[in-house]
Ligand binder design. Structure first.
Ligand code: ADP
Length: 485
Protein backbone atom coordinates (compact mmCIF):
# COMPACT_ATOMS: atom_id res chain seq x y z
CA UNK A 1 0.00 0.00 0.00
CA UNK A 2 1.28 3.49 -0.82
CA UNK A 3 2.34 5.33 2.28
CA UNK A 4 -0.45 7.40 3.69
CA UNK A 5 -0.61 10.58 5.65
CA UNK A 6 -2.79 10.15 8.72
CA UNK A 7 -4.79 13.12 9.94
CA UNK A 8 -5.64 13.05 13.62
CA UNK A 9 -8.47 15.37 14.56
CA UNK A 10 -11.20 15.78 17.15
CA UNK A 11 -13.73 16.84 14.47
CA UNK A 12 -14.43 15.78 10.92
CA UNK A 13 -17.41 16.96 8.87
CA UNK A 14 -19.99 15.51 8.20
CA UNK A 15 -19.56 13.24 11.23
CA UNK A 16 -18.71 15.87 13.82
CA UNK A 17 -18.29 19.63 13.70
CA UNK A 18 -18.35 22.52 16.12
CA UNK A 19 -16.52 25.03 13.92
CA UNK A 20 -13.97 25.48 11.17
CA UNK A 21 -11.81 22.51 12.21
CA UNK A 22 -14.62 20.12 11.27
CA UNK A 23 -15.00 21.76 7.85
CA UNK A 24 -11.26 21.64 7.18
CA UNK A 25 -10.94 17.99 8.13
CA UNK A 26 -13.95 17.13 5.99
CA UNK A 27 -12.26 18.58 2.91
CA UNK A 28 -8.47 18.52 3.18
CA UNK A 29 -7.93 14.71 3.19
CA UNK A 30 -9.98 14.29 0.03
CA UNK A 31 -8.07 17.08 -1.67
CA UNK A 32 -4.84 15.38 -0.58
CA UNK A 33 -5.86 12.19 -2.35
CA UNK A 34 -6.80 14.13 -5.49
CA UNK A 35 -3.31 15.63 -5.39
CA UNK A 36 -1.72 12.20 -5.32
CA UNK A 37 -1.11 11.81 -1.59
CA UNK A 38 -3.10 8.91 -0.05
CA UNK A 39 -4.72 10.00 3.20
CA UNK A 40 -6.75 8.66 6.10
CA UNK A 41 -8.40 10.27 9.11
CA UNK A 42 -8.48 9.20 12.76
CA UNK A 43 -11.10 10.79 14.99
CA UNK A 44 -13.05 9.96 18.17
CA UNK A 45 -16.34 8.10 17.94
CA UNK A 46 -18.59 10.50 19.84
CA UNK A 47 -22.01 9.56 21.07
CA UNK A 48 -23.50 12.38 19.01
CA UNK A 49 -21.61 11.55 15.84
CA UNK A 50 -23.78 11.52 12.72
CA UNK A 51 -23.26 8.28 10.87
CA UNK A 52 -26.74 8.01 9.36
CA UNK A 53 -25.76 7.61 5.73
CA UNK A 54 -22.56 5.69 6.26
CA UNK A 55 -21.88 2.03 6.69
CA UNK A 56 -19.59 1.63 9.68
CA UNK A 57 -17.46 -1.46 9.99
CA UNK A 58 -15.85 -2.62 13.20
CA UNK A 59 -12.28 -3.07 11.93
CA UNK A 60 -10.34 -3.53 15.16
CA UNK A 61 -12.50 -4.80 18.03
CA UNK A 62 -9.94 -4.70 20.82
CA UNK A 63 -7.01 -2.46 20.07
CA UNK A 64 -4.65 -2.49 23.04
CA UNK A 65 -3.79 1.08 23.86
CA UNK A 66 -1.21 0.25 26.46
CA UNK A 67 0.87 2.24 28.89
CA UNK A 68 0.19 4.41 30.87
CA UNK A 69 -3.07 2.62 31.52
CA UNK A 70 -3.61 -0.85 32.78
CA UNK A 71 -4.75 -3.13 29.95
CA UNK A 72 -7.26 -0.94 28.20
CA UNK A 73 -8.57 -1.17 24.68
CA UNK A 74 -10.33 0.85 22.04
CA UNK A 75 -12.67 -0.39 19.35
CA UNK A 76 -12.05 1.06 15.94
CA UNK A 77 -14.78 1.61 13.38
CA UNK A 78 -14.06 2.33 9.76
CA UNK A 79 -15.96 4.02 7.00
CA UNK A 80 -15.20 5.88 3.79
CA UNK A 81 -16.16 9.42 2.91
CA UNK A 82 -15.47 10.71 -0.62
CA UNK A 83 -12.88 7.98 -1.05
CA UNK A 84 -11.04 8.76 2.20
CA UNK A 85 -10.87 6.05 4.87
CA UNK A 86 -11.94 7.26 8.30
CA UNK A 87 -11.18 5.46 11.52
CA UNK A 88 -13.22 6.24 14.61
CA UNK A 89 -11.74 5.49 18.00
CA UNK A 90 -14.45 4.17 20.25
CA UNK A 91 -14.30 3.95 23.97
CA UNK A 92 -17.70 4.72 25.43
CA UNK A 93 -16.52 5.99 28.81
CA UNK A 94 -14.60 8.79 27.05
CA UNK A 95 -16.55 9.65 23.96
CA UNK A 96 -20.13 8.47 24.24
CA UNK A 97 -21.44 11.85 25.40
CA UNK A 98 -23.88 14.41 24.16
CA UNK A 99 -21.20 17.01 23.44
CA UNK A 100 -17.63 16.97 22.19
CA UNK A 101 -15.75 18.94 24.80
CA UNK A 102 -18.09 20.37 27.37
CA UNK A 103 -21.50 20.38 28.89
CA UNK A 104 -23.04 23.78 28.04
CA UNK A 105 -24.39 24.10 31.59
CA UNK A 106 -21.46 22.74 33.53
CA UNK A 107 -18.40 23.70 31.48
CA UNK A 108 -15.53 21.58 30.16
CA UNK A 109 -15.67 17.86 30.83
CA UNK A 110 -13.49 17.17 33.87
CA UNK A 111 -11.56 14.42 32.10
CA UNK A 112 -10.73 16.15 28.81
CA UNK A 113 -7.01 15.60 29.27
CA UNK A 114 -7.49 11.89 29.82
CA UNK A 115 -9.97 11.64 26.94
CA UNK A 116 -7.72 13.19 24.34
CA UNK A 117 -4.50 11.68 25.60
CA UNK A 118 -6.28 8.37 25.22
CA UNK A 119 -7.31 9.39 21.70
CA UNK A 120 -3.69 10.16 20.77
CA UNK A 121 -2.36 6.95 22.24
CA UNK A 122 -5.03 4.93 20.50
CA UNK A 123 -4.09 6.64 17.23
CA UNK A 124 -0.45 5.58 17.72
CA UNK A 125 -1.56 2.02 18.48
CA UNK A 126 -3.83 1.94 15.43
CA UNK A 127 -1.15 3.09 13.02
CA UNK A 128 1.25 0.50 14.45
CA UNK A 129 -1.48 -2.10 14.11
CA UNK A 130 -1.71 -1.35 10.36
CA UNK A 131 1.97 -2.26 10.11
CA UNK A 132 2.91 0.30 7.43
CA UNK A 133 4.66 3.43 8.72
CA UNK A 134 2.77 6.53 7.56
CA UNK A 135 4.60 9.06 5.41
CA UNK A 136 3.47 11.67 7.92
CA UNK A 137 1.19 12.09 10.89
CA UNK A 138 -0.65 15.38 10.69
CA UNK A 139 -2.22 16.34 14.02
CA UNK A 140 -4.69 19.18 14.53
CA UNK A 141 -5.24 21.40 17.57
CA UNK A 142 -4.66 20.57 21.22
CA UNK A 143 -6.83 17.46 21.22
CA UNK A 144 -4.38 15.72 18.87
CA UNK A 145 -1.26 17.59 19.93
CA UNK A 146 0.26 14.77 21.98
CA UNK A 147 0.77 12.68 18.85
CA UNK A 148 3.86 14.51 17.59
CA UNK A 149 5.35 14.25 21.08
CA UNK A 150 4.70 10.52 21.34
CA UNK A 151 6.20 9.91 17.91
CA UNK A 152 9.21 12.12 18.69
CA UNK A 153 10.10 9.94 21.68
CA UNK A 154 9.06 6.65 20.06
CA UNK A 155 11.54 7.23 17.24
CA UNK A 156 14.36 6.66 19.70
CA UNK A 157 13.40 3.09 20.32
CA UNK A 158 11.06 2.05 17.51
CA UNK A 159 12.31 1.69 13.93
CA UNK A 160 8.65 1.72 12.85
CA UNK A 161 8.48 5.48 13.45
CA UNK A 162 11.98 6.34 12.22
CA UNK A 163 10.91 7.76 8.86
CA UNK A 164 7.50 9.23 9.69
CA UNK A 165 7.38 13.02 9.76
CA UNK A 166 5.00 14.88 12.06
CA UNK A 167 3.11 18.07 11.32
CA UNK A 168 1.07 19.96 13.85
CA UNK A 169 -1.52 22.48 12.71
CA UNK A 170 -2.83 25.19 15.01
CA UNK A 171 -6.38 26.20 14.12
CA UNK A 172 -6.70 28.48 17.13
CA UNK A 173 -3.85 29.25 19.50
CA UNK A 174 -6.22 30.34 22.27
CA UNK A 175 -7.48 26.81 22.89
CA UNK A 176 -4.52 25.11 24.49
CA UNK A 177 -5.74 22.19 26.56
CA UNK A 178 -4.08 23.42 29.74
CA UNK A 179 -4.25 21.03 32.67
CA UNK A 180 -2.77 20.34 36.08
CA UNK A 181 0.85 19.16 36.16
CA UNK A 182 -0.44 16.07 37.97
CA UNK A 183 -1.77 14.75 34.67
CA UNK A 184 1.69 14.74 33.14
CA UNK A 185 2.68 11.84 35.39
CA UNK A 186 0.28 9.51 33.64
CA UNK A 187 0.55 10.72 30.04
CA UNK A 188 3.35 8.38 29.08
CA UNK A 189 5.96 10.96 27.99
CA UNK A 190 9.41 10.69 29.53
CA UNK A 191 10.33 12.97 32.41
CA UNK A 192 12.58 15.09 30.16
CA UNK A 193 9.50 16.46 28.34
CA UNK A 194 8.62 18.33 31.54
CA UNK A 195 10.48 21.59 30.97
CA UNK A 196 9.85 25.00 29.46
CA UNK A 197 11.05 23.87 26.04
CA UNK A 198 8.65 20.92 26.30
CA UNK A 199 5.13 20.57 27.65
CA UNK A 200 5.40 22.64 30.79
CA UNK A 201 3.66 26.01 30.77
CA UNK A 202 3.84 28.10 33.95
CA UNK A 203 3.73 24.96 36.05
CA UNK A 204 0.84 23.46 34.08
CA UNK A 205 0.67 20.71 31.50
CA UNK A 206 -0.09 22.31 28.12
CA UNK A 207 -1.12 19.84 25.42
CA UNK A 208 -1.01 22.35 22.57
CA UNK A 209 2.55 23.17 23.53
CA UNK A 210 3.57 19.54 23.14
CA UNK A 211 2.55 19.77 19.47
CA UNK A 212 4.50 23.00 19.00
CA UNK A 213 7.58 21.68 20.77
CA UNK A 214 7.86 18.22 19.22
CA UNK A 215 6.35 18.30 15.72
CA UNK A 216 8.81 18.34 12.83
CA UNK A 217 6.82 21.21 11.34
CA UNK A 218 4.21 23.49 12.84
CA UNK A 219 1.64 25.15 10.64
CA UNK A 220 -1.21 27.51 11.11
CA UNK A 221 -4.10 28.32 8.88
CA UNK A 222 -3.16 31.61 7.22
CA UNK A 223 0.09 33.44 6.46
CA UNK A 224 -0.98 36.53 8.44
CA UNK A 225 -1.89 34.53 11.55
CA UNK A 226 1.47 32.73 11.31
CA UNK A 227 3.15 36.12 11.64
CA UNK A 228 0.77 37.41 14.29
CA UNK A 229 1.26 34.52 16.71
CA UNK A 230 4.96 35.33 16.95
CA UNK A 231 4.02 38.53 18.78
CA UNK A 232 3.08 38.99 22.41
CA UNK A 233 -0.26 40.49 21.45
CA UNK A 234 -1.50 37.39 19.62
CA UNK A 235 0.83 34.74 21.04
CA UNK A 236 -1.42 33.67 23.95
CA UNK A 237 1.70 33.15 26.06
CA UNK A 238 3.23 30.79 23.49
CA UNK A 239 4.94 33.37 21.27
CA UNK A 240 8.28 32.54 22.91
CA UNK A 241 8.31 28.88 21.94
CA UNK A 242 6.80 29.73 18.56
CA UNK A 243 9.65 32.13 17.89
CA UNK A 244 12.08 29.37 18.85
CA UNK A 245 10.44 27.17 16.23
CA UNK A 246 10.03 29.91 13.65
CA UNK A 247 12.19 28.15 11.06
CA UNK A 248 9.72 25.28 11.06
CA UNK A 249 6.55 27.38 11.23
CA UNK A 250 4.42 27.81 8.10
CA UNK A 251 1.20 29.69 7.39
CA UNK A 252 -0.99 27.83 4.90
CA UNK A 253 -4.36 29.30 4.04
CA UNK A 254 -7.35 27.02 4.46
CA UNK A 255 -9.49 26.32 1.44
CA UNK A 256 -13.26 26.39 1.17
CA UNK A 257 -15.16 23.30 0.15
CA UNK A 258 -17.24 24.53 -2.76
CA UNK A 259 -18.96 21.18 -3.14
CA UNK A 260 -20.75 22.08 0.11
CA UNK A 261 -20.74 25.89 -0.01
CA UNK A 262 -21.97 26.87 -3.43
CA UNK A 263 -25.17 28.86 -4.07
CA UNK A 264 -25.56 27.17 -7.46
CA UNK A 265 -26.45 23.82 -5.94
CA UNK A 266 -26.66 24.23 -2.16
CA UNK A 267 -29.45 21.82 -1.12
CA UNK A 268 -30.36 23.98 1.88
CA UNK A 269 -31.36 27.02 -0.20
CA UNK A 270 -34.93 27.69 -1.29
CA UNK A 271 -33.57 28.96 -4.64
CA UNK A 272 -30.21 28.63 -6.33
CA UNK A 273 -28.31 31.43 -7.98
CA UNK A 274 -25.06 32.31 -9.64
CA UNK A 275 -23.08 35.39 -10.62
CA UNK A 276 -24.83 35.43 -14.00
CA UNK A 277 -28.30 35.40 -12.43
CA UNK A 278 -28.68 36.78 -8.94
CA UNK A 279 -32.47 36.65 -8.82
CA UNK A 280 -32.32 33.53 -6.61
CA UNK A 281 -30.39 35.50 -3.98
CA UNK A 282 -33.29 37.94 -3.73
CA UNK A 283 -35.67 35.06 -3.26
CA UNK A 284 -33.47 33.59 -0.53
CA UNK A 285 -33.62 36.98 1.18
CA UNK A 286 -37.42 37.19 0.84
CA UNK A 287 -37.75 33.67 2.25
CA UNK A 288 -35.65 34.54 5.29
CA UNK A 289 -37.62 37.75 5.86
CA UNK A 290 -40.82 35.68 5.97
CA UNK A 291 -39.28 32.92 8.08
CA UNK A 292 -38.05 35.37 10.72
CA UNK A 293 -41.07 37.65 10.50
CA UNK A 294 -38.88 40.60 9.59
CA UNK A 295 -40.26 43.90 8.33
CA UNK A 296 -41.00 43.42 4.58
CA UNK A 297 -39.49 46.86 3.99
CA UNK A 298 -36.11 45.17 4.51
CA UNK A 299 -36.48 43.71 1.04
CA UNK A 300 -35.15 47.04 -0.14
CA UNK A 301 -32.66 47.65 2.63
CA UNK A 302 -29.48 45.72 3.42
CA UNK A 303 -29.61 42.76 5.79
CA UNK A 304 -26.46 42.23 7.84
CA UNK A 305 -25.65 38.65 8.83
CA UNK A 306 -23.55 37.24 11.65
CA UNK A 307 -22.77 33.52 11.97
CA UNK A 308 -20.30 32.23 14.50
CA UNK A 309 -19.42 31.33 18.02
CA UNK A 310 -20.81 34.01 20.33
CA UNK A 311 -17.52 34.60 22.08
CA UNK A 312 -15.22 37.56 22.54
CA UNK A 313 -12.96 36.27 19.76
CA UNK A 314 -15.72 36.78 17.22
CA UNK A 315 -16.55 40.27 18.49
CA UNK A 316 -20.22 39.49 19.10
CA UNK A 317 -20.09 41.91 22.04
CA UNK A 318 -18.94 44.65 19.67
CA UNK A 319 -21.88 43.90 17.41
CA UNK A 320 -24.24 43.90 20.38
CA UNK A 321 -22.90 47.32 21.41
CA UNK A 322 -23.70 48.95 18.10
CA UNK A 323 -27.06 47.41 17.28
CA UNK A 324 -28.99 50.50 18.49
CA UNK A 325 -26.84 52.65 16.17
CA UNK A 326 -27.37 50.26 13.29
CA UNK A 327 -31.10 50.73 13.62
CA UNK A 328 -30.68 54.36 12.65
CA UNK A 329 -29.03 53.20 9.42
CA UNK A 330 -32.31 51.50 8.57
CA UNK A 331 -30.91 47.99 8.13
CA UNK A 332 -31.83 44.51 9.35
CA UNK A 333 -29.60 42.26 11.43
CA UNK A 334 -29.75 38.46 11.55
CA UNK A 335 -27.48 36.47 13.86
CA UNK A 336 -26.87 32.78 14.42
CA UNK A 337 -24.56 31.33 17.03
CA UNK A 338 -24.05 30.03 20.49
CA UNK A 339 -21.44 30.59 23.14
CA UNK A 340 -21.24 32.95 26.07
CA UNK A 341 -24.69 33.20 27.74
CA UNK A 342 -24.19 36.94 28.34
CA UNK A 343 -23.76 37.65 24.63
CA UNK A 344 -26.56 35.26 23.74
CA UNK A 345 -28.94 37.02 26.13
CA UNK A 346 -27.97 40.44 24.81
CA UNK A 347 -28.68 39.64 21.18
CA UNK A 348 -32.01 38.06 22.15
CA UNK A 349 -32.83 41.23 24.09
CA UNK A 350 -32.11 43.28 20.96
CA UNK A 351 -34.44 41.01 19.03
CA UNK A 352 -37.17 41.83 21.54
CA UNK A 353 -36.47 45.54 21.46
CA UNK A 354 -36.17 45.84 17.70
CA UNK A 355 -38.80 43.39 16.64
CA UNK A 356 -38.92 42.93 12.88
CA UNK A 357 -35.49 44.48 12.44
CA UNK A 358 -33.25 42.14 14.42
CA UNK A 359 -33.57 38.34 14.44
CA UNK A 360 -31.32 35.99 16.36
CA UNK A 361 -31.15 32.26 16.71
CA UNK A 362 -29.13 30.91 19.60
CA UNK A 363 -28.08 27.39 18.73
CA UNK A 364 -26.21 25.41 16.15
CA UNK A 365 -28.06 24.83 12.88
CA UNK A 366 -26.13 23.85 9.80
CA UNK A 367 -28.92 24.49 7.27
CA UNK A 368 -29.77 27.92 8.68
CA UNK A 369 -26.11 28.92 8.37
CA UNK A 370 -26.35 28.23 4.63
CA UNK A 371 -29.66 30.06 4.23
CA UNK A 372 -28.37 33.08 6.12
CA UNK A 373 -25.24 33.24 3.99
CA UNK A 374 -27.43 33.40 0.90
CA UNK A 375 -30.06 35.78 2.30
CA UNK A 376 -27.77 38.44 3.79
CA UNK A 377 -26.40 41.37 1.82
CA UNK A 378 -23.47 42.11 4.11
CA UNK A 379 -21.61 39.73 6.43
CA UNK A 380 -20.27 40.88 9.79
CA UNK A 381 -16.97 39.61 11.20
CA UNK A 382 -15.70 41.95 13.90
CA UNK A 383 -13.23 39.30 15.14
CA UNK A 384 -10.56 40.32 17.64
CA UNK A 385 -8.33 37.73 15.99
CA UNK A 386 -9.06 35.23 13.26
CA UNK A 387 -6.67 32.36 12.47
CA UNK A 388 -8.23 31.90 9.06
CA UNK A 389 -12.00 32.17 9.16
CA UNK A 390 -14.09 30.19 6.75
CA UNK A 391 -17.38 32.04 7.00
CA UNK A 392 -16.04 35.08 5.13
CA UNK A 393 -14.89 32.78 2.31
CA UNK A 394 -18.37 31.27 2.15
CA UNK A 395 -19.93 34.75 2.29
CA UNK A 396 -17.83 35.86 -0.69
CA UNK A 397 -18.99 32.87 -2.72
CA UNK A 398 -22.61 33.65 -1.78
CA UNK A 399 -22.23 37.26 -2.93
CA UNK A 400 -22.54 38.53 0.64
CA UNK A 401 -19.99 41.27 1.16
CA UNK A 402 -17.89 40.84 4.30
CA UNK A 403 -17.16 43.63 6.76
CA UNK A 404 -14.26 42.39 8.83
CA UNK A 405 -11.35 43.36 11.04
CA UNK A 406 -7.83 43.39 9.60
CA UNK A 407 -6.94 40.21 11.44
CA UNK A 408 -5.24 36.98 10.37
CA UNK A 409 -7.00 35.15 7.59
CA UNK A 410 -9.54 37.94 7.08
CA UNK A 411 -6.75 40.13 5.82
CA UNK A 412 -5.54 37.30 3.57
CA UNK A 413 -8.89 36.64 1.92
CA UNK A 414 -10.70 39.98 1.56
CA UNK A 415 -9.55 42.71 -0.82
CA UNK A 416 -10.40 45.97 0.98
CA UNK A 417 -12.67 48.73 -0.28
CA UNK A 418 -12.14 51.27 -1.80
CA UNK A 419 -10.50 50.09 -4.99
CA UNK A 420 -11.18 48.48 -8.33
CA UNK A 421 -10.56 45.02 -6.94
CA UNK A 422 -12.41 45.34 -3.64
CA UNK A 423 -14.39 42.38 -2.34
CA UNK A 424 -15.18 43.64 1.17
CA UNK A 425 -14.70 46.22 3.91
CA UNK A 426 -11.81 45.98 6.34
CA UNK A 427 -11.45 48.02 9.52
CA UNK A 428 -8.43 48.21 11.76
CA UNK A 429 -9.45 48.11 15.38
CA UNK A 430 -12.01 45.67 16.74
CA UNK A 431 -13.97 48.41 18.46
CA UNK A 432 -17.48 49.82 18.04
CA UNK A 433 -16.34 53.09 16.45
CA UNK A 434 -14.30 51.51 13.65
CA UNK A 435 -16.85 48.78 13.10
CA UNK A 436 -19.69 51.24 12.81
CA UNK A 437 -17.72 53.39 10.42
CA UNK A 438 -17.02 50.41 8.15
CA UNK A 439 -20.67 49.34 8.21
CA UNK A 440 -21.60 52.96 7.45
CA UNK A 441 -19.37 52.87 4.35
CA UNK A 442 -20.86 49.59 3.18
CA UNK A 443 -24.46 50.73 3.69
CA UNK A 444 -23.65 53.98 1.94
CA UNK A 445 -22.33 52.18 -1.14
CA UNK A 446 -25.31 49.80 -1.06
CA UNK A 447 -27.72 52.76 -0.93
CA UNK A 448 -26.09 55.34 -3.18
CA UNK A 449 -24.10 53.23 -5.58
CA UNK A 450 -26.00 50.00 -6.21
CA UNK A 451 -23.99 49.43 -9.38
CA UNK A 452 -20.75 49.62 -7.40
CA UNK A 453 -22.11 47.20 -4.82
CA UNK A 454 -23.24 44.86 -7.59
CA UNK A 455 -19.78 44.85 -9.17
CA UNK A 456 -18.31 44.03 -5.78
CA UNK A 457 -20.72 41.12 -5.41
CA UNK A 458 -19.67 39.73 -8.78
CA UNK A 459 -15.99 40.02 -7.89
CA UNK A 460 -16.60 38.40 -4.52
CA UNK A 461 -18.37 35.46 -6.12
CA UNK A 462 -15.45 34.92 -8.46
CA UNK A 463 -12.95 34.56 -5.61
CA UNK A 464 -11.76 31.02 -5.26
CA UNK A 465 -9.99 29.55 -2.26
CA UNK A 466 -9.57 25.97 -3.34
CA UNK A 467 -7.72 23.33 -1.38
CA UNK A 468 -5.36 22.37 -4.21
CA UNK A 469 -2.75 25.03 -3.58
CA UNK A 470 -2.76 24.44 0.19
CA UNK A 471 -2.51 20.70 -0.38
CA UNK A 472 0.56 21.08 -2.50
CA UNK A 473 2.14 23.20 0.23
CA UNK A 474 1.41 20.55 2.86
CA UNK A 475 2.76 17.78 0.62
CA UNK A 476 5.90 19.81 0.15
CA UNK A 477 6.27 20.10 3.92
CA UNK A 478 5.85 16.32 4.36
CA UNK A 479 8.68 15.87 1.84
CA UNK A 480 10.94 18.46 3.45
CA UNK A 481 10.63 17.14 6.97
CA UNK A 482 11.38 13.60 5.90
CA UNK A 483 14.64 14.79 4.36
CA UNK A 484 15.63 16.03 7.80
CA UNK A 485 14.82 12.83 9.69
P1 ADP B 1 -14.26 28.97 13.96
O1 ADP B 1 -13.63 27.70 13.54
O2 ADP B 1 -13.33 29.93 14.64
O3 ADP B 1 -15.50 28.75 14.79
P2 ADP B 1 -14.71 29.49 11.12
O4 ADP B 1 -15.20 30.70 10.41
O5 ADP B 1 -13.37 28.98 10.69
O6 ADP B 1 -14.77 29.79 12.68
O7 ADP B 1 -15.73 28.29 10.91
C1 ADP B 1 -16.98 28.27 11.47
C2 ADP B 1 -17.82 27.15 10.85
O8 ADP B 1 -18.84 26.80 11.78
C3 ADP B 1 -18.54 27.58 9.59
O9 ADP B 1 -18.83 26.45 8.78
C4 ADP B 1 -19.85 28.15 10.14
O10 ADP B 1 -20.90 28.17 9.20
C5 ADP B 1 -20.11 27.17 11.26
N1 ADP B 1 -20.91 27.68 12.37
C6 ADP B 1 -20.49 28.47 13.39
N2 ADP B 1 -21.50 28.69 14.26
C7 ADP B 1 -22.57 28.03 13.77
C8 ADP B 1 -23.92 27.86 14.21
N3 ADP B 1 -24.35 28.43 15.34
N4 ADP B 1 -24.75 27.10 13.47
C9 ADP B 1 -24.31 26.53 12.32
N5 ADP B 1 -23.05 26.64 11.85
C10 ADP B 1 -22.20 27.39 12.56
Amino acid sequence: MAQRVFFATSEVYPFSKSGGLGDVMGALPEAMQKNGQPAAVISPFYGRISTGNYRLRLTVPDLPVGYPWAPITASVYETTHNGVPLFFIDRAEYFDRRHYYNDPNKGDYFDNAERFIFFCRAAVALMEHFGVPPVAVHAHDWQAAMLPAYIYFLRRSSPFWASTGTVFTIHNLAFQGRFSSRLFESCGLPREAWNVAGVEFFGDFNLLKSGIAYADAVTTVSPSYAREILTEKYGCGLDGILRQRELYLYGILNGADYTIWNPEDDPYLPRHYSASDLSGKRECKDALISEFGLDPRLRDRPILGFIGRMRGQKGIDILNDIIPDLMSLDVGVVALGEGNPVHEAKILEHMDTYRGRVAAVVGYTEDLAHRMQAASDLFLMPSRYEPCGLTQMYALRYGTIPIATAAGGLRDTIIPWPGEEATGYIFTEPDPVDFLRAIGDAVDVWTRDPGGHHQMVLRAMRQSFTWDKSCREYIDIYRKIRLRL
